[in-house]
Design a binder for this molecule. Structure first.
Ligand code: NAP
Length: 167
């Protein structure tokens, strides 16, 4: 089973602010949907809180240490390993060959060494923020695709869709 990160990061590495995203980018939301549709998505409890609902056509697995936590329409796991196990079962059921790792920083940090692909949306901003994604080590990751989508009227910035594969 492959692990694919999906992350949008500003030029300064910022990915989040005050429990949400520091930008409005409809172009990236569409890209996120395309990359994640039909697949299980593993995410930390705070990222789940920021989305607030299960996304149609995908299975969400939430990682939390809170044994009492429950979320309608999503699966709950109490460690990253358990989360991967549940995600793997869901992937088989969905006939998907990839588990999406949807963040945030804790979950990215726990799994970066095991990721196969990173789908990075590079956001042409340098906002204030409290959650970051570290630069990818060029010794370990190679850029295999780069797409520059047209900017939509309601996008707050230009973006580039970069795909990295493990060397
Ligand atoms: N730009 C992007 O691509 C992107 C992607 C994702 C998220 N974000 C942003 O990032 C922020 C959220 O990320 P975050 O880093 O603050 O939090 P997060 O990684 O989404 O969630 C952290 C929570 O996950 C649980 N957790 C983490 N490691 C665990 C482990 N080993 N075992 C069990 N549970 C574990 C804990 O939940 P409990 O506290 O419940 O125990 C922890 O508080 C938001 O601002 C969001 O909008 C941005």
């Amino acid at each position: 089973m492959k692990l694919a990160f999906v992350v949008a990061a500003a030029k300064n590495g910022v990915i989040g602010r005050n429990g949400g995203l520091p930008w409005r980018l409809s172009t990236d939301l569409k890209h996120f949907k395309k990359l994640t549709m039909g697949k299980p998505m593993l995410m930390g409890r705070r990222t789940w809180d920021s989305i607030g609902r299960p996304l149609p056509g995908r299975e969400t697995i939430i990682v939390t240490r809170d044994r009492k936590f429950a979320a309608q329409g999503a699966h709950v796991a109490h460690s990253v390993e358990e989360g991967l196990h549940v995600a793997s079962e869901q992937a088989k059921r969905m006939h998907a060959d990839t588990i999406i790792i949807a963040g945030g920083a804790d979950i990215f940090a726990a799994l970066l060494d095991r990721a196969d692909m990173v789908h990075l949306t590079e956001v042409d901003l340098a906002p204030e923020g409290d959650v970051r994604f570290p630069p990818l080590d060029p010794g370990k990751w190679v850029e295999v695709a780069c797409e520059v989508p047209a900017r939509a009227a309601n996008d707050e910035a230009n973006v580039r869709f970069l795909t990295y594969a493990r060397r």
